[in-house]
Every structure is written in C-alpha cells, then in structure tokens.
Design a protein around this ligand. Structure first.
Ligand code: BGC
Length: 749
C-alpha cells in the first residue's frame, strides 16, 4: 500500500490542498495541526532511542508491544541510533518498515516517524559502508568539492537504508586541541570551517530534501561546544561576545543561509548558561538573528540534565519548561518518556501554551513533509543497490590521499624506494581503529571485527604494495597491547631492515571516552621513538591521531613525519602510496600543531599573544613557536609564488579587490598546491590578529608549469566584530599575503 497522510486527512474530513506548492505544504501541515491532540503534538517533539523498541540487547528485532507503547501510547514522532553496532541494509529496512507500518496504519493520524542517525564520515551505521576521512583530514585537503562529494555519497547510502535525517555536520571550531571531538571538526580557522561545512550541507541536501539521494542535515552543536576551558568533553566554555560572533557563530550563519534543515544544541554551558536552557542562544540568536526556520533538536539527554547536571532547574519538570521556553523543538530524551509526560502536564496545566508547542510541531511536520515522509515514509527496495558502489571507494581513496600531510622530510627521506626493506612498528601499524576512530560501525570505532575486508591496516597495505618479504612487522590490532611497545624486539628487528616506519598516535575514541589530561604523546610511545632512533636507521613517523599530540621531544630524531589524521577505509593504501612515492602529498594543516602543551597559540593569534618578556629583545616576536603552523604541508616537489598583485591601492565600501598571484612548480614532480590568501589589518579598534585566512584554492601543476590564481575579496570579508558586537571594516591599511609575499592596500570609508 502506498501510504499518504493526505488520504487519512480526507478520511478524517480535513480539507486538502490541491497542489504540492510551498503554500500547499503549509496547508497540509496546518490541517494536521488543527486536528492533533496535545498528546499527539508533544509526541512529535519527543525523540527516543531504538533501545526502547527492540526485543533485547542482542537482536535487531523490533518488539511490537514496545513499539506500540512508543508510537501509540506516547505518540513518539522520532527515533534515533543503533543498539550496539552497524546494521545491514536489510535489517534497517525491516526495522523501519515495522516502525512506519505502526505509525501510519495504527496511529490516529498516521503521521510517520522521522528516524535520525549519526552518519559521520560516511554511513557508519550501515554495515560494510565505505568510510571517509574525518573532517579534520578533509579540511587538510583544502578541497570543498571532495567534502561535498563525501556528503552526497553518505546521503545516498543513508537514504537507501530508509533513513532521512543525518546528525551531521559538526560546525564546531577546532581551537581547543584537548577536546576529544577535535577530529570531528574542520579545524581552527573559521573561514575553513564555514567553507567545508557549507559544502557538506550542500552535499547532504542538494536541491531538495524529497529525493532518494538526499537527507536532512543537522548542523551541530549550536553553540560553543568545542571550546571547553579544560578541554574535557561537555564542560563549560567561556566565550566573550566578540569571539562568539567572529569565530563561533559564522559557520552556523552560513549553514542557515545554505538551507540546513535542522540544528542540534550544545550539551555544554557557555558563560555559565546551559545552551539548552538559553532563550538568548536558541531564540534571539538562532531564530531572530540567523532567521533559522528548521527543527532544533536537543543533544542526548540534555533536557533532564538542566536539572541533574547543570542545576538551573530544581525539578525535571522545570527542566522541560526551561528548554521548551528557550526555543527547543525536539528533545532527544532518549531513554525514557519523561519529557513527553512532563510536557503534556505542562501544557495541560497551562504553564506552556499550546500555541508555543504548535510552533515546534509545525517545524517538525514541515520537515517530514519536505522529506517526503508524509507521502511515503517506507524504505525503498529499489534503493538497496545504491549501497557500497565502487565509485564511492574511489572518492574515499582520493579523500584520504588529499588529506595526508607531510610535516617533515629531512634530506628527502621520503619517498622511499620500493625495494627498501622496512620495519613497520608501533601501536598504529596494524590497527583499523586508529585509522577510523569515532563513529565507525560502532560509536567508539574500537571493534576491529566490525571493519569490512576492504579496510586495510598500514602493515597490510604496505605488504600488498611491497610484498610480504619487504615488510617486517609484529604490531597487533589492539593499540594498547604490550607487543606494540616491545623495545628490545624493535631494536633486534631493525637490524634486518633499511628503514623504520614508526606508527604512533591515538587509539580509537569518541566523545567523552576520548578525554585526556595531557596533550603530550604518552611516554610509552615516545620511548619507542627514541629506541627507533638509537638503531641508527632512518625513522619515518606516521601519525594517526585525531588531535595534535605533542611530539617535540622526539621530532628532531625523525627523518620524516607524515600526519594521516583519521583517514579511514582507504587510509592504509593512501599512506603506503605517499611513503613509497605513488602519490605526491598536498595536504596542509587545518590547525596549528603546538610544540609544547603549555603553549597552544593559534595561527590567528593577537600580536600581543607573542609577547614573552623572559626573552630579551624578542618582544612581540618570540612567542609564536609552534611545531608546525596552520597551512604547513610539504610536497615531493617545490612551488614558488611570485607577482602578488592587488588591483587597487585603496578601496571603499562598494569595491571588490582582485588579488592575483603566480604559482610555479619548480621541482621535478607533478603536485597539488593549496594556495591560501591571508590578510592582516594593521591597526584596528579591537586588537587585530597576526593574520586571517580569507580565501583558498587548490591547483595542480606539472613540473615547470605556472598558473595564475585569482581571488576576489570584498571589504566585508576583511571585517571584524567590534566592541559593540557589530561587524565593521575600519579605515586603514591591510596587508594581503600569499606564501612569503605581501601586497598592501588601504580601506577608505
Ligand atoms: C553527541 C551527538 C550525537 C548524539 C546522537 C551525542 O552524544 O553529542 O553529536 O548526534 O549523541 O548520537
């Protein structure tokens, strides 16, 4: 049967629109709203986890009695997540068919459920799906087009499973390297986060939500989640208004402009105010200022936590009132029905008006309508073959290749000759977990048995490429296993090889389990590096990690350093391709890699952040001393910039600046180069940053080839947020910089 809410409404005697125009959409939703009970409305605002409707912990079989409790007794309008690990496409179809059958055939109005999932770096909750590099690596590619393509594939696979809503992308800015979700960010620069974030949303939603290959995106986590003062997950952030507006808000603003359908709220608190309870953030900024009209969903359990954790609500009921009054549309409750019961009470007793909940329910129904769920919410059999296509693998491999960032290459230690016999050592050498990390078939990404056969560890990929005999390794999958840290063995094995590929970094983790107390790489791994150096063989360090773990004590001992971030399914072969020269690396850092844990100074620091009065004669200069700065990344060829020009020596409000630069490949290999335009405001009423990224592109050049790159910049793109919280471009001189070149222009009001 093809289900249609319209048919049901007709049956209930509710007048129906004739055409599916935008107005008609509103009318259909209005018609539904006009006949819904308070309970049905509150149910739409309630999201629960799949655990509540499954038979038991071991199966994916839906317990029909539990499902009816959720959908018919509690009127639940949304469900999320997997229990345990990824499901096959058949399991998803069975689960969703059961849910939508009860929703459409047995409930009063037949409103379907909207199912949401975290398809982060690929459709990670569909068994066997290809996974792409985490955002931090995609940002290193400086290729928004590949971010868009990744999102398109993720959307197609997610929708093929019958899932229309993806809790992605993360638009939190990566400026606190301790934060365990750093790998989910696009790095420290706001322009980069904004550009990659918008590309991702376009990939998910494309030109409309009601398509077999699109999903509703969910920009998250609004607002300020990634900047906890201590670096610990879900702990307080303190963000001055100027910073909030200049660094934190713009990616969300751009996402709203790009049409993002939904938003998820930050679990934490900003300046002492839990965001879930803040009318200022959820209504004044999100709705009134940004003009967001989509659905705002809470994060996991965060409404009740206004009472249990944040203690701004004296009772659970008070917590529900505060969150709804602040502007929340849907509560990811998700492990019980408390939100539903309490909100029904609050509306019935008149504490919260029915008009208020109508606003949220209308948004939720609009979303269901736009996704086509009101016409047909069932998974489509014919989409099953849209899964795991070979072309998806090509994109994943390309994305991994473009993300890899060569940080050091002393004496051109890399690429290695393919006849080199290597020892591949360290905890990262034979682990799929470290290549994938969070949201990889299970939440933590730590179950090696979940990975598909096509995913190869670094050792496996190297053996494929160089032959078994040339690759010696004793590393095992379990990152923490003692075998991975055996110094005596490493020294003995090194005698038989010409180079050591040392794979260090971080094990898989997601969210709070990834919390650390120290940004320094742990001593066990550093000891391995020192031992490797003592063998006298060249040591190539390969880092698979989600954040910059400090390695300054061993870096001088390493001949080369390759940062792989979390490259996922094709990370192993991509790393092998770079190490042995089949691919010329072009990734550049999306964050500043600190040299010391107590010296985290970002590339766009204030001039005064460099002051170090303990270093005579370096005032204003001595304090920016990272291991590697934002934008750093080497190649096997060399590039030269020349002829940086700006078309106007002075410009005004209505003008555009045309900036051009010539880029030449001066080496012997073809390569890709990220060309980045930075600006520096020489004097401003708020202390100006040392430099700010304003535009970037990536070009390919064959040996000897030269190209001109052009950027267009408006005065608005050189603006900053002043003391009054307003965006301004102040009169005065600006430097525009590409590489080590500089051009100056003056803004005249
Ligand atoms: C995370 C969100 C995620 C949600 C649902 C939370 O713990 O913070 O990013 O979307 O769980 O899985």
């Amino acid at each position: 049967m093809v289900f249609s809410v319209a048919l049901l409404l007709q049956y209930c005697g509710v007048p129906q629109p004739s055409a599916s125009t935008a107005t008609a959409i509103t009318s259909r939703v209005d018609s539904l709203l006009s006949v819904m009970t308070v309970e049905e409305k509150v149910g739409q605002m309630t999201q629960v986890t799949i655990d509540l409707i499954l038979e038991d912990d071991e199966t994916t079989v839906v317990d029909m009695e539990k499902l009816r409790t959720a959908l018919l007794e509690k009127n639940v309008g949304s469900i999320l997540n997997v229990k345990g690990s990824a499901y096959t496409i058949d399991q998803w179809h069975e689960i969703l068919t059961a849910i939508q059958t009860v929703a459409t055939e047995e409930s009063h109005l037949g409103i379907p459920v909207i199912y949401g999932i975290d398809a982060i770096h690929g459709a990670n909750y569909i068994k066997g799906s290809t996974l792409f590099p985490h955002n931090i690596g995609t940002a290193a590619s400086r290729n928004p087009e590949i971010a868009r393509r990744i999102a398109e594939i993720t959307a197609a696979e997610t929708r093929a499973a019958g899932l229309p809503w993806n809790f992605d992308p993360v638009l939190d800015i990566g400026r606190q390297p301790l934060w365990p979700r750093f790998e989910e960010t696009f790095g420290e620069d706001v322009y980069l986060v904004k550009t990659m974030g918008v590309a991702t949303i376009r990939g998910y939603e494309q030109d409309g939500l009601n398509q077999d290959h699109t999903v509703a995106s969910c920009m998250k986590h609004f607002l300020g989640y990634s900047l906890p003062a201590t670096g610990k997950d879900r702990t307080p952030s303190y963000i001055p208004e100027t910073m909030l507006r200049e660094w934190v808000l713009p990616p969300f603003k751009a996402a709203v402009e790009a049409g993002a359908a939904t938003v998820m709220i930050n679990s934490g608190e900003v300046n002492g105010v839990p965001v879930h309870g803040s009318k200022y953030y959820l209504t004044t900024i999100l709705r009134d200022e940004l003009g967001f009209e989509g659905v705002a969903v809470s994060d996991w359990e965060d409404v009740i936590r206004l009472h249990t954790r944040h203690r701004v609500a004296a009772t659970p009921k008070e917590a529900v009132r505060i969150a709804v009054e602040a502007g929340l549309d849907m509560s990811m409750v998700p492990v019980d029905y408390s939100f539903y019961d309490l909100l029904v009470e609050l509306v019935k007793e008149g504490t919260i008006s029915e008009e208020r909940i109508d606003v949220s329910v209308r948004r939720i129904l609009n979303l269901k309508e736009k996704l086509g769920l009101l016409d047909n919410p069932f998974p489509k059999e014919e989409l099953k073959n849209r899964l795991q296509l070979p072309e998806y693998d090509n994109v994943a491999r390309q994305a991994a290749l473009e993300s890899l960032t060569l940080l050091k290459n002393e004496g051109q230690a890399l690429p290695l000759d393919k006849n080199t016999k290597v020892l591949v050592a360290g905890p990262g050498a034979n682990s799929l977990g470290t290549l994938h990390s969070s949201w990889s078939y299970i939440w933590q990404g730590s179950d090696e048995s979940q990975y598909p056969e096509k995913a190869l560890t670094i050792v496996e990929a190297l053996r494929n490429e160089l032959g078994q005999a040339n690759v010696l390794s004793r590393s095992v999958a379990d990152f923490e296993a003692e075998a991975n840290y055996n110094i005596a063995q490493l020294k003995q094995d090194a005698r038989d090889v010409q180079a050591i590929i040392l794979c260090l970094g971080e094990k898989a983790y997601a969210e709070s389990p990834g919390v650390i107390d120290d940004l320094n790489m742990d001593e066990k791994q550093l000891a391995l590096a020192r031992a490797a150096k003592e063998t006298g063989k060249p040591v190539i360090l390969v880092l698979t990690q989600g954040r910059p773990r400090i390695i300054s004590s061993i870096e001088p001992d390493m001949s080369a350093v390759l940062l792989a971030y979390r490259p996922s399914t094709f990370g192993g072969p991509a790393i092998a391709d770079v190490l042995f020269g089949d691919h010329n690396p072009g990734g550049v850092l999306p964050f500043t890699y600190p040299r010391y844990s107590g010296d985290v100074v970002l590339y766009d620091h204030k001039g005064t952040e460099r002051i170090r009065e303990d270093k005579p004669n370096t005032y204003g200069e001595g304090g920016f001393n990272p291991q590697w700065t934002f934008g750093h990344g080497l190649s096997y060829t060399t590039f030269e910039f020349s002829d940086l020009k700006v078309n106007k020596t002075s410009f005004g409000a209505g003008d555009e600046l045309e900036v051009s630069v010539r880029v030449k490949n001066t080496g012997a290999r073809a390569g890709q180069k990220a060309v980045e335009l930075y600006s520096r405001d020489l004097y401003a009423s708020i202390t100006p940053a040392a430099k700010r990224l304003r535009a970037f592109t990536k070009i390919s050049l064959s040996p000897g080839e030269e190209k001109e790159v052009q950027f267009t910049i408006t005065p608005g793109e050189l603006a900053f947020v002043n003391e009054e919280g307003q965006w301004v471009t102040e009169a005065g001189d600006f430097e525009l910089m590409v590489g080590n070149l500089k051009a100056t222009t003056t803004y005249v009001e």
